[in-house]
Design a protein around this ligand. Sequence first.
Ligand code: AN7
Length: 360
Amino acid sequence: MSNSSRYTGLIDKYRDHLPVHDDTRIISLGEGNTPLIRLSNVPRMIGKDVDIYVKYEGLNPTGSFKDRGMTMAVTKAVEEGSKAIICASTGNTSAAAAAYAARAGITAFVLIPEGKIAMGKLAQTMMYGAVILQIRGNFDEGMQLVKEVAAEAPVTIVNSINPYRLQGQKTAAFEIVEELGAAPDYHCLPVGNAGNITAHWMGYSESHKDGVSNNLPKMVGYQAAGAAPFMRGKMVDDPETIATAIRIGHPQSWDKAWNVQKESGGWFDELQDSEILEAQKLLAQSEGVFCEPASAASLGGAIRDVKSGKIPEGSKIVCTLTGNGLKDPDTAISQCSNASMSTIDATLDEVKKSILDNLS
Ligand code: AN7
């Protein structure tokens, strides 16, 4: 280890808490160390005395929290001699897998649901050079195929059923505890496969056990109403939502996430697509933070629960913004175009008129 203060990624920083050896070759892109932004306008707008922070995971190297898990999964795959990794994905996992495989010099195979991943994620995955298999099926069917093929072909699965993924992702909780000096009262996340909510609980629990924090948060998971198996109490076969990242009906961490809910005293809830998009826009336009639709489920849910009093005043709340807004430009533009853009002649008069019109 050098004694410079250069940040070299989460494995290097938290190696004492992660399953790596001194001589492990670390595959990193400088992931982690993401901003924890304290919201100033949203709490005022909802008229409640709460402290809301957003953990902006969209500022990871490939634009989502998946990088935290992928640095670990690919580091361990390479250490174990693997020459190829594989995943099913709603988009972000495939982008992360493709990038870390490129960094490691191995091959990434990704199964994605045809026509159902956001444009930015597809662009990344193509550019990083993954072998992309678009399937005529959804994420859950892709996940099943990945499990079956990995039993018969020389590929390492890097979905969150790979235990190293959750190990890497738990470091987000370490960062939050470090910054706040304690765990928050509530930690809200969007839930798809439920790997991330499980990983955060692992991280908070370890911090607590090690005496770094002396409290634990209630973990709250929000799903899209069309893809909400935790609300239905059973798997959903035809998940549908505009938040394609969490268009998942058969969560892989089902039992683990129910344990998190019980142990932490938290809950699950669901949001309509319209509520998700409203929260995404509110965050962008009142705080200057652009996240992808799925990510906004955490804030949208938290706002609703604060308004209703389910989350009491005086609470400290962290919402994970799992992915960057640039991942899904189509959804963003289709929500905004009419209101915020007009075409004018290239004349001083026209520009001046527009300014005066908009400020009046
Ligand atoms: C932005 O990329 O499952 O509950 O294949 O991309 O840990 O699954 C993405 C999941 C939330 C849900 N927000 O996290 C994939 C994939 C965003 C995401 C989730 C995902 P989990």
